[in-house]
Design a protein around this ligand. Structure first.
Ligand SMILES: Cc1cc2nc3c(=O)[nH]c(=O)nc-3n(C[C@H](O)[C@H](O)[C@H](O)COP(=O)(O)O)c2cc1C
Length: 143
């Protein structure tokens, strides 16, 4: 099974979750400008944050540029200041438009963390680590 992780993160929150997924699925956590493997990807974990009610444009463009022949399933992980928003759901809509099934969506509310916009090292809480690891394991059984 070929697994890949690609994320967009301005301030480190989404990156911290990408790293936890990486530890579970044995694939490196890479930024979205890293080319995908040559072989078709069975599960592509795609992560990003919400900024002014929207996903980052680079992340939307990344999903819109995917090839359904090369990506079989997408598992989305998102972080934002508040609860899951239309911005998070819009990533699923973009994948739908490409004809790539979204097999799951993990969302984590970070509260005020990251709202001021400074890039920093993020330490996740134990329950956040457990939740994202469970999500990652679950996604491997769904493709
Ligand atoms: C410029 C900026 C705008 C943001 N706008 C929103 C927003 O509209 N809604 C929300 O819930 N969170 C918002 N947030 C919070 C981020 O979504 C949250 O910190 C997220 O974890 C960022 O991910 P990152 O650290 O991977 O960049 C914003 C943060 C920044 C820095």
């Amino acid at each position: 099974m070929t697994i890949a992780i690609r994320y967009q993160s301005r301030n480190g929150n989404t990156e911290a979750f990408a790293e936890q997924i990486s530890a579970v699925v044995d694939a490196p956590a890479e930024k979205i400008d890293t080319p995908l493997p040559a072989d078709p990807v069975d599960v592509l974990f795609v992560g990003g944050g919400t900024y002014m009610l929207r996903p980052d444009k680079t992340l939307s463009a990344f999903i819109s540029g995917l090839d359904a022949a090369k990506v079989k399933h997408i598992a989305i992980f998102t972080t934002s200041g508040g609860p899951e928003t239309p911005a998070d759901k819009s990533l699923t809509k973009l994948a739908d438009k490409k004809g790539i099934p979204v097999i799951g969506h993990f969302h984590q509310m970070m509260g005020g963390k990251g709202m001021i916009g400074a890039k920093k090292d993020v330490t996740l809480k134990p329950d956040q680590v457990q939740a994202v690891k469970t999500f990652a394991q679950d996604m491997l059984t769904k493709n």
